[in-house]
Structure formats: structure tokens, C-alpha cells
Design a protein around this ligand. Structure first.
Ligand SMILES: *Cc1c(COP(=O)(O)O)cnc(C)c1O
Length: 408
């Protein structure tokens, strides 16, 4: 099935890092230059004053910005339909810098029950230690965000689809709640990527990514980005230069190279994930498949309103009791030959993780339950391989895991 929307973005990712308002300033080299310089010399006292006093100057001191970074940010802002973007050291660098910019002691945040584990740790460990109150609500209940708002609520943080159960959050409902109460809204759009979902279209203020995942797309860099109105992004930048969460010029170069193929890659990952979801849905060893594009997803109607396609990540739960399901899931991930057994997602290769093995040492059973991590849950992040090869690899690993030979 051709993906017209992804295809339409393909011209933007090839040319959208250029300065269309001032084309004479663009470098004519087709590949962007990497400037490793940490600092830049002024040619006059006046020029130095200008460099030092212009926010986000790309040629002053690299903790403040860099020309390669600026090109990459221009493209990501256009993809997310925002005025500006700020590239940071990692997804967590983007999240921590943003939270620490807009929150202070006495403030309150509304967030989801299920968040990326790093974000969950910031919400439950770091913020309360700084005197910030946090309420976590069931993201599938859009009224729950409104109900949790207090007089001192400053920020609503969401993430959709969520990790690892692919539960959705109603972005338009959250944005409307934020607007009614004058509260800033922040959406982690990592799992969907801008190809499948633009939170800005729903009225969300700030859009964040772990650029390590789909934006970079090759499992070879760590970076993060936050996008929004220029005035808000400048405020986050002021915090970033104090916290030192800046990105390296080399990473900005690699990220820009990855972005050139983002729509092509994500269109393929959407197809592969849907093929895998349909394959697992009909397999007797698998009890549940979590993927928003499946008609069986409990929030499929919301999926149709808010997402273009289901994205590259799905998760499955094995049939059988907790103990057997746990063992079957571990045998399954260990038996895969083509898909690799590794954390992360969004790269060209299919990656698979058994969530309980990943978290059992660091999370309490209640925390696991809140995050939706059942003993047999396996997360699959589709890569760009041939879909038939992937399904055959999964089929063989299911056979090796022994479950479908004795379904109970
Ligand atoms: C990976 C990830 C992060 C953290 O990003 P890093 O680049 O690893 O710091 C944040 N949110 C989501 C949804 C992620 O998948």
C-alpha cells in the first residue's frame, strides 16, 4: 500500500534544513559541514558583543549552538510544524532540561501512569525531591487529566503511543484541557515519529523526541529534540546552556543524514509492524497483540482520529499462565535469528526485548503492573527487513519456544 503522506514528506527531508528565507547564506556544499570548534573568534568588539548577546547564536561557543545543529533543528521544526526546535544531548537530556525549565518548588505536574522508564524516574524520583508534586493518571481516560488539574499545575506531560503497551493518549483532549487552564502541554512523540503523528495538529505546545530512535534511524547516535514556539524554545535553551545538555556537532551531522530517509524508513516500518501484528494475531501461541492499527486495539477509534499509521512498534503477550508465559517469552527472544535481542527501537534492524527481564531487578511488582508489563510481554520494534523473512524468523522462534506445540 503506498503511503502518500510519508511520500509527501520526502522532499522536505531532502531540502528542509536550508534557510529558505535567506538562501544566499546557505552553504553550497550538499553535505553539511561539521564544525568541531568549541569556540569562534570575533573580528571586532562589536561583533563579539553581538555573538555573546544573540540567543542561540550558532557561532559563539558550541555549548550555546553550532551551525550543523542549526541546520538539523530547522528541518525537525518543519517536520513537527513548529517555529523552532532545540537539539539536545539525548531524549532524556531534552526531557530533563524541559522539566527543569518550567517547574519549580511548589508546582504540580500531571503525567501518565505509563511513561518511558527514564521519564517515569524523573517524575517519581527527581521532581518530588525538588518540591514538585506529580499526579500520574490513566492515559486512556482523557477526562483523568482534567480531573487531576490543581491550582498550581504548570505542565501536562504525555507520551503516545506509550511504551511498551501501545496505549494511546487523546492529544486533542489534553491540549484543550491545557488551554482551558493556561497550562503548558508536552508530548513525547518518539514512538509515532512526525511521519505518523503531529501533536501540534492537536494543539499540543511542546513536542519532544528521543532522536536516537526514528529520527536518527540507524542505531548509531544518541540525541534528543524539543520543538515549539520560538519563545518557549529559547527559554529551554537558556536552561540547556546552564545544564550542559547540548548535542555534539558530529551527532547533529549524523542525525541530519538519518533524517533524509525518515519518511521512507517509517513507511516501511509501518508496513512491517502491521504485517507482524497480523501474523501474531492469528497465532495460537499468542494471547494478545498490542498495535493501534489493528481493529482489535481498544482505542482504534482514537488511532484513526489522531495517527496516520500505527508506527513501527508492537508488543505481544504469550498464552498460558504467568510462569509459563514468562518462560515462553524468554525462549522466544533467545531463539530469534534475524531480529536482534536489544533495547531501543527505530533503527533499520528489527529489535526485540522481553520487558519483564529488562525491569524485574529495578521495578516493584506494582510499578510493573502500572507500566502494563506482564510476565510474557515482548516488545518488537520493526526494522526494514523483508516482511516475509521477519515473519518466518518469528514463526521459527515460536516453534522453538515450544508454546504452539502445546497450546493450553
Ligand atoms: C528512548 C526514549 C526516550 C529517551 O531517549 P534517549 O535518547 O535514550 O535519552 C524517551 N522517550 C521515549 C518514548 C523513548 O523511547
Amino acid at each position: 500500500m503506498p503511503d502518500d503522506f510519508a511520500d509527501a514528506l520526502q522532499s522536505l527531508v531532502i531540502h528542509g534544513d536550508l534557510d529558505w528565507e535567506h538562501p544566499e547564506q546557505d552553504d553550497t556544499a550538499l553535505a553539511p559541514a561539521i564544525y568541531p570548534a568549541s569556540t569562534y573568534a570575533a573580528r571586532s568588539a562589536a561583533e563579539f558583543a553581538e555573538m555573546a548577546n544573540t540567543p542561540r547564536h550558532p557561532r559563539y561557543y558550541t555549548r550555546y549552538g553550532n551551525p550543523t545543529q542549526e541546520r538539523c533543528e530547522r528541518l525537525i521544526a518543519r517536520l513537527e510544524k513548529t517555529e523552532a526546535a532545540l537539539l539536545l544531548s539525548s531524549g532524556m537530556g531534552a526531557m530533563s532540561t524541559t522539566l527543569l525549565r518550567f517547574l519549580r518548588a511548589g508546582d504540580h505536574v500531571v503525567a501518565q501512569g505509563a511513561h518511558y522508564m527514564g521519564t517515569a524516574r524523573l517524575l517519581t524520583d527527581l521532581l518530588p525531591g525538588f518540591g514538585v508534586q506529580v499526579s500520574q493518571v490513566d492515559q486512556r481516560d482523557s477526562g483523568a487529566f482534567e480531573a487531576a488539574v490543581r491550582e498550581n499545575t504548570r505542565l501536562i506531560v504525555v507520551e503516545t503511543p506509550s511504551n511498551p503497551t501501545l496505549a494511546l493518549t487523546d492529544l486533542a483532549a489534553v491540549a484543550a484541557c491545557g488551554k482551558r487552564h493556561g497550562i503548558l502541554t508536552l508530548a513525547d512523540n518518539t514512538f509515532a515519529s512526525p511521519v505518523n503523528q503531529c501533536p501540534r495538529d492537536s494543539g499540543i505546545d511542546l513536542v519532544l523526541h528521543s532522536a536516537t530512535k526514528y529520527l536518527g534511524g540507524h542505531s548509531d547516535l544518541i540525541a534528543g529534540v524539543v520543538c515549539g514556539d520560538a519563545a518557549l524554545i529559547e527559554k529551554i535553551w537558556e536552561r540547556a546552556i546552564a545544564l550542559g545538555t547540548n548535542v555534539s556537532p558530529f551527532t547533529a551531522f549524523l542525525l541530519l543524514r538519518g533524517l533524509r530517509t525518515l519518511p521512507l524508513r517509517v513507511a516501511r516500518q509501518n508496513e512491517n509492524a502491521l504485517a507482524l501484528a497480523r501474523f501474531f494475531e492469528q497465532h495460537p501461541a499468542i494471547e494478545r497483540v498490542h498495535y493501534p492499527e489493528l481493529e482489535s486495539h481498544p482505542q482504534h477509534a482514537l488511532f484513526k482520529r489522531q495517527m496516520r499509521r500505527g508506527g513501527g512498534v508492537l508488543s505481544i503477550e504469550f498464552a498460558g499462565g504467568a510462569k509459563e508465559g514468562y518462560a515462553a517469552a524468554r525462549r522466544f527472544v533467545a531463539s530469534l535469528k534475524l531480529a536482534r535481542h536489544a533495547v531501543s527501537l527505530g533503527g533499520v534492524e528489527t529489535l526485540v526485548v522481553h520487558a519483564a527481564s529488562m525491569w524485574e531487578a529495578s521495578l516493584t511488582p506494582e510499578q510493573m503492573q502500572r507500566a502494563g508489563i506482564t510476565p510474557s510481554l515482548v516488545r518488537i520494534a520493526a526494522g526494514l527487513e523483508n516482511a516475509g523473512d521477519l515473519c518466518r524468523d518469528m514463526e521459527a522462534a515460536l516453534a522453538a519456544s515450544g508454546r504452539h506445540e502445546n497450546p493450553d
